[in-house]
Design a protein around this ligand. Structure first.
Ligand code: PLP
Length: 442
């Protein structure tokens, strides 16, 4: 058995890494040992430009002083306070600050520790709300094909990525899925929102007809589907979902774990598309990725429905040991201050055109079958190698990493989402790094 004193520093076997090709990685490890602003430092001393904001989360760039200081100070001052039946000021302060930047109508915050937990929280609140208002027959949840809502059972049930679902049993019952909106034949190489497919929102009417509205609690979608490879909704699609859900008394949940906190050039995706959901799921950028934390925003209507009955009784039997953890709260406050001071929640809009032009200059490069962009997110879809899906994009990832650029791949799609502090010349570096990778791989 290994103990901390006898594990060799280069023994990589104990850690079963998440969403990683473990055997490939451990034969040829890629280790970061430091990070500052737009760059990582590797264990062999190289600088790597961060084209992905870590995992779509380091929106203000790395090791930002205000956030670093806030965490250190909070750890020394109040490290932990019980989350149940006790509180501490910073969790309330952070909740208020989130509400301040959120779309009007989302007035209350439940804290979690990740995007996955935020999704579970949102789904549970939706079900409980329907019960509390006397609509207990509404137990169905509707997700979308290719949706990603984290890795817990609720999230993979409403999610629509087959590899994340097929190994894990029957999942939640009573779940149905909208079709995804990706259409290469009609929309390839669209700039921003693709023209075709708004009518796919009407599939919700078909699902309502099939199951009856009285059985459906909520619909959950990502405003822009991120992890599956950046699928951008056609104009009007989300508005239509809002209309249909409202008409049938179904709650609309936006999973803004990626689109939240400035990624699209607006504070939230809801702002970008002008559609306010009943519940909004966030995480990642809330603390700049530095400390695990998520926040679920709900409307006053939902919150207030629970605030009945004797006052000494707990209103919602849900929460985590670390909900609103003091250090995470301090990190969240410092992160939101950094975003505000530097205008980062809208900086994506200023850079969007340069980003779009840069990405679309890759049209015609080897293997490229589609390019998509919105705000400071982009995707380059590659033609898969016959019989070896994912291999081509993974080769591009390795080539880019070896040449000083971090990109992300999902299937045969390269996804890009740099920190919102990226400069125009660094956008150029990202584009040229991808170009070089595409020209080098088989
Ligand atoms: C839309 C969406 N929801 C949920 C999650 C899960 O977040 P986490 O990995 O923090 O659990 C992610 C992560 O990428 C996401 O993109």
């Amino acid at each position: 058995m290994s103990t901390s004193s006898n594990v060799a520093p280069n023994d990589l076997s104990a850690f079963w890494m998440p969403f990683t090709a473990n055997r490939q990685f451990k034969k040829s490890p890629r280790l970061f040992v430091a990070a500052k602003d737009m760059h990582y430092t590797t264990s062999d001393g190289r600088q790597v430009l961060d084209g992905t904001a870590g995992l779509w989360c380091v929106n203000a760039g790395h090791a930002r002083p205000k956030i670093v200081e806030a965490i250190a100070k909070q750890a020394a001052e109040l490290d932990y306070a019980p989350a149940f039946q006790m509180g501490h000021p910073k969790a309330f302060e952070l909740a208020n600050r989130i509400v301040d930047i959120a779309p009007d109508g989302l007035d209350h915050v439940l804290f979690t520790n990740s995007g996955s937990e935020s999704v579970e929280t949102a789904l549970k609140v939706a079900l409980a709300y329907q019960k509390v208002i006397g609509q207990g027959s509404r137990t169905r949840l509707i997700g979308r094909e290719r949706g990603y809502h984290g890795v817990n059972f609720g999230g993979i049930s409403v999610g629509g990525i087959v590899t994340n679902r097929k190994m894990f049993g029957t999942l939640l019952t009573g779940v149905d899925h909208l079709p995804h909106t990706h259409n290469l034949a009609k929309n390839a190489f669209s700039r921003g929102e693709p023209e075709h497919g708004a009518d796919l929102a009407d599939e919700l009417e078909r699902i309502v007809t099939l199951h009856d509205a009285s059985t459906i609690a909520a619909v959950i979608v990502e405003p822009v589907a991120g992890s599956t490879g950046v699928l951008i909704p056609p104009p009007g699609y989300l508005k239509r979902l809002r209309e249909i859900t409202k008409k049938h008394g179904i709650l609309l949940i936006f999973d803004e774990v990626i689109t939240g906190y400035g990624r699209l050039g607006t504070p939230f995706g809801a702002d970008y598309f002008g559609v306010v959901p009943d519940i909004m799921v966030t995480a990642k950028g809330l603390t700049n990725g530095v400390i695990p934390m998520g926040a679920v925003l709900v409307s006053a209507e939902i919150h207030d429905a629970f605030m009945t009955g004797p006052e000494h009784v707990i209103e919602l039997f849900h929460g985590y040991t670390y909900s609103g953890n003091p250090i995470a709260s301090a990190a969240g406050i410092a992160t939101l201050e950094t975003y505000k001071e530097e205008g980062l929640l809208t900086r994506g809009a200023e850079l969007a055109k340069v980003w779009e032009d840069g990405l679309h200059s890759l049209k015609g490069e080897p293997h490229v079958i589609d390019i998509r962009n919105i705000g400071l997110v982009g995707a380059i879809e590659l033609d898969p190698i016959a019989g070896q899906p994912t291999k081509r994009a993974f080769s591009a990832f390795l080539h880019a990493y070896e040449n000083g650029l971090l990109i992300r791949t999902t299937g045969d799609i390269i996804a890009l989402s740099p920190p919102l502090i990226v400069s125009e010349s660094q956008i150029g570096e990202i584009v040229e790094g991808v170009r070089a990778a595409l020209r080098s791989i088989a």
